[in-house]
Design a protein around this ligand. Structure first.
Ligand code: SAH
Length: 388
């Protein structure tokens, strides 16, 4: 079976119809092969479902009625049900989507305005890749759910499309500029669907984002990481979160499968486009991985790797005893790395009041609603680059 056939098989629903938003353009073309003029017609259909936001085959223009009737018989066009939109006091908005089988997922829109005067504002969308997550990182609340299921390629890319549609009415003229696969789930654990959705996110005939502005974050599933780097030029982020094997094993069980050593070796030899660096995310937990010794070991680990470090002070929550280090501790840790030539930033905490911050995704809608009145936590980024 060819890759395209496999893609079509994955997109087939129980009723036999194919979810055409779960296909990239080559697969859609392949699927329409028997209808004649497949190449131009598939492109037309692909453009109209992703760029015009057509939700019904009858709305598709420039394709004959008979072809559309056949498509309508064989296919469906997925639309996610947005059952809540929770704006945070700091400008972040969390979108909750209900899936046909009752599961729910979340996307978080993070505007990043006028940091530097005159610079175009950035709108980053944090996208989910699975319902729940199988990785069971001990500090992360999404892990508590376990893995419910993989999202389809359509469900992943639709988050981007539908949040953009929301912005078109809410803040006309504003575009999502960056996409980060940092929502619920481990993207590389849903590899095939992730890749198809990325093709749609990157395609000029579809959502048309630059590969420079799309980032896939992973706990470090080494073979898949290597495969992704070979397939697509997107940015890669690795959640490192520790500086020794033993320490990482206690919080990230995946380390038993792929040791930190294997992970770092893979990172050293990833086929990255020139100038690209791997982002190492490092969730800082007080008394666990925030010491000067950790900073020194992290520095050593980064040697020979085209790396950027992103420190994420732990977002505290009632379900864990874990504490966020003081701002001063974070700053000292950052300073240590920066003064030794490592590019290192600290992630701003956003969306705390709507449980939209890192590691808070996956709580039920009801518990979220209860949290809304909480006060917002906004801190500014302290981005330093070497020598600044
Ligand atoms: N599974 C992928 C994608 C999720 S990204 C990955 O782990 O990379 C989510 C990020 O938030 C990860 O870097 C994770 O380490 C971090 N995180 C999880 N819980 C957190 C918390 N309570 N506070 C801060 N960061 C957290």
């Amino acid at each position: 079976m060819s890759d395209l056939d496999r893609q079509i098989r994955r997109a087939r629903q129980q009723d036999g119809r194919v979810d055409i938003k779960a296909l990239d353009l080559p697969a859609l073309t392949h699927w329409m092969a028997d209808l004649g003029k497949a190449e131009p017609r598939a492109r037309e259909v692909y453009r109209q479902i992703w760029q015009r936001g057509v939700t019904d085959f009858s709305q598709i223009e420039k394709v004959t009625k008979t072809v559309l009737a056949t498509l309508a018989e064989r296919g469906v066009i997925t639309v996610l049900e947005n059952f809540a939109t929770l704006p945070s006091d700091d400008g972040t908005t969390k979108f909750l989507w209900r899936l046909p089988d009752g599961g729910h997922i979340e996307s978080v829109l993070i505007p990043d305005e006028d940091r530097t005067a005159g610079r175009t504002a950035r709108y980053t969308l944090c996208v989910s890749s699975q319902v729940g997550c199988a990785m069971r990182c001990t500090f992360c609340l999404t892990g508590d759910m376990g893995l419910k299921r993989n999202l389809t390629a359509a469900e992943i890319a639709c988050q981007v499309q539908q949040v953009q549609q929301h912005m078109d009415t809410d803040t006309p003229g504003k575009r999502i500029t960056n996409v980060v696969m940092m929502g619920m789930g481990e993207p590389l654990h849903n590899f095939d669907n992730l890749v198809v959705s990325l093709r749609t996110i990157l395609s000029q005939d579809a959502l048309n984002l630059s590969h420079r502005r799309v980032t896939v974050s992973t706990v470090g599933l080494v073979p898949k990481l290597q495969e992704l780097a070979r397939l697509l030029p997107v940015n890669i982020a690795v959640s490192l979160n520790a500086t020794t094997e033993a320490q990482r094993r206690t919080v990230m069980p995946i380390t038993r499968r792929y040791s930190m050593q294997k992970l770092m070796d893979a990172c050293r030899t990833l086929p990255l486009p020139s100038g690209k660096r791997i982002i190492f995310e490092y969730v800082m937990m007080a008394g666990f991985n925030d010491t000067n010794e950790d900073a020194a070991r992290l520095h050593d680990l980064m040697q020979g790797v085209p790396a950027k470090v992103n420190l994420i002070p732990y977002n505290e929550n009632p379900e864990r005893e874990i504490r966020r280090p003081s701002d001063e501790r974070v700053r000292t840790f950052q300073q240590y790395l920066v003064s030794r030539g490592i590019h290192c930033t600290v992630r701003i905490t956003r969306g705390i009041d709507v449980s939209a911050a890192c590691g808070q995704l996956g709580k039920s809608a009801e518990s979220m609603a209860r949290r809304i009145p909480q006060q917002a936590a906004t801190t500014r980024s302290v981005g330093l680059s070497p020598r600044s």
